[in-house]
Design a binder for this molecule. Structure first.
Ligand SMILES: [Mg+2]
Length: 305
């Protein structure tokens, strides 16, 4: 439903002089006084959809509610500045729950030097809903966008993929510093963070950029979690399938021109590995390239909001 709604909203919303970038990217970008630009992003997590409160420490939920927004700012290569937190709490034990959510969120806010500027809290008879809104400072170069990849650009990714359901989807480290460093030091054409799944989010960049993408399957970094999950479930779903489709890895996918990408791969400037997994191509769509160089159309899989 979400992609149809965003398509409707992009048509329906009037343009506004403040709005440099409206809905459809990882964050919106507002023009402020002078040359300053501000990235704005919001996320909504609810019990029963994004987590099960009966099975998880609320502090991890609070942390995640902030971390997913930090990841969206990372996708725009923007520096987190401030946030507000909205909580819709079940009436029973509301105060204790609110405190625990904040106790999970605040250490992460501190680590990113983020001002938590307040928010709103309500109780109701339904399940817990947490929403965090963040403001970020756009880099002098301008925001890193989903649109901008060109045919011939390399597809670069941070870290490894798959099996985040084993716990990493709560405890991941948003790639904020990594994105800012890469954006400052190298020429990047486009970027996104992986929430929906490697193949689906790669398709998002390709669609917004008006091009296609070819993934070299042998080069996809598969996480230990993806291997463990495939072994535990033994349902025929391969670790590679988990890497391509699981989602909530919160790693970055970047588009960079070939020579720049080669330099990034050579220099490996991050604590986390940077991997070249393929290239953007003229023809729209998503393809995989197997070991025998056979090209197959792939249907992007992953989380549909
Ligand atoms: Mg995102």
């Amino acid at each position: 439903m979400e992609s149809d709604f965003i398509a409707w909203l992009r048509k329906r919303l009037p343009s506004h002089p403040l709005l440099r970038l409206g809905p459809g990217d990882d964050a919106a970008v507002l023009r402020l006084a002078g040359d300053a630009e501000c990235a704005v992003t919001v996320d909504l997590l609810s019990d029963g959809v994004d987590f099960e409160l009966s099975k998880v420490d609320p502090r991890r939920v609070g942390r995640k509610a902030l971390a997913v927004n930090l990841s969206d700012l990372a996708a725009m290569a923007s520096k987190p500045l401030a946030g507000v937190v909205a909580l819709l709490l079940p009436r029973q034990g509301a105060m204790e729950l609110a405190v625990e959510l904040y106790e999970g969120l605040l250490p992460l806010a501190e680590r990113y030097d983020l001002a938590i500027a307040g928010g709103d809290t309500n109780t109701w008879p339904g399940p817990l809903v947490v929403s965090v809104t963040l403001l970020g400072q756009v880099a002098a170069k301008g925001p890193l966008r989903r649109a901008g990849a060109r045919a011939g650009d390399r597809i670069l990714v941070t870290g490894s993929f798959g099996g985040s359901i084993l716990g990493r989807h709560f405890d991941f480290e948003p790639r904020v510093q990594e994105a800012m460093l890469l954006n400052e030091r190298y020429e990047l054409h486009a970027g996104i963070d992986v929430s929906d799944g490697l193949s689906r989010d790669l398709a998002h960049i390709a669609d917004e950029s008006g091009c296609g993408a070819v993934i070299r399957l042998a080069d996809v970094p598969i996480s230990d979690d993806a291997r463990r999950l495939a072994a535990e479930r033994a349902d025929g779903v391969l670790p590679l399938d988990h890497a391509l489709g699981d989602g909530e890895d919160f790693e970055l996918i970047l588009a960079a021109p070939p020579e720049e990408a080669a330099r990034m791969i050579r220099e490996q400037p991050l604590d986390v590995p940077l991997t070249d997994i393929g290239e953007f191509v003229d023809e729209p769509g998503l393809w995989s390239l197997n070991e025998s160089e056979r090209k197959n159309k792939i249907v992007p899989r992953g989380w549909e909001h």
